[in-house]
Design a protein. Structure first.
Length: 219
């Protein structure tokens, strides 16, 4: 009797292996970020099954690009999806978070992770998994979503409620402008001038150095 049951389990297991795509392959240094993204996705009602994904750090993406996702044009295709983060920016973001606590995630289920790296991966997941394009809509000069083509982490440092707004917009499909409007009134920040100058500095630096969050528009 016991033998019979064991055989059934083995054959079911083999059948399942043949039917499924490869499980997600995630670089161990990026794994805590993917875990956190999945925790936020679950919180706002998205399963975010990354079966068939590879999430990795690569020596360089070229042209000062921070990250990118490669995906099949057919959303139903079983072909691999690849999310790549440049080693240079990975090192920079992690070092920044180690030196200055305002660059670390807070208020989520994990602490100490780089906010810039989390938001970069949220952005790439937006392209690859949720099939979203860039959206440079702003509310009072603040990016309305993490799909802004420019890095938005400096704004989250100034308005901490933006992080939840960006997560809720991505995973809960809630309206970006309404969420960000609420987040901005929630965080009564006096230093709007400071925020504006930081935003201008980011855009200027990124333009001058030719740094792109990713090359999604140019694929
Ligand atoms: Zn992008």
């Amino acid at each position: 009797m016991n033998k019979h049951i064991a055989l059934i389990f083995i054959s079911l297991g083999m059948f399942a292996c043949g039917q499924e795509q490869a499980p997600a392959v995630v670089d161990e240094q990026l794994a805590p970020y993917i875990t956190e993204l999945q925790a936020q996705a679950a919180k706002y009602g998205s399963a975010m099954d990354l079966t068939g994904y590879e999430v990795k750090i690569v020596p360089s993406i070229g042209n000062n690009v921070i990250a990118q996702c490669a995906q099949p044009s057919d959303p139903d295709s079983d072909a691999a999806r690849e999310i790549s983060v440049s080693q240079t920016y990975f090192d920079q973001f992690v070092a920044q978070a180690e030196l200055d606590s305002s660059y670390r995630l807070s208020g989520l289920t994990s602490y100490g992770l780089s906010m810039a790296l989390y938001l970069t991966l949220l952005h790439e997941i937006g392209h690859c998994y949720f099939r979203r394009d860039h959206d440079n809509t702003k509310v009072n000069n603040v990016p309305a979503s993490s799909m802004n083509a420019y890095a938005s982490h400096s704004w989250v440092r100034i308005y901490p409620s933006l992080l939840d707004a960006y997560n809720r917009n991505m995973f809960g499909q809630a309206d970006a402008v309404a969420l960000v409007t609420a987040a901005l009134s929630n965080d009564a920040v006096a230093s709007v001038d400071q925020a504006l100058s930081i935003d201008e500095a980011i855009e200027q630096a990124m333009n001058e150095e030719g740094i792109m969050l990713d090359a999604h528009d140019h694929e």
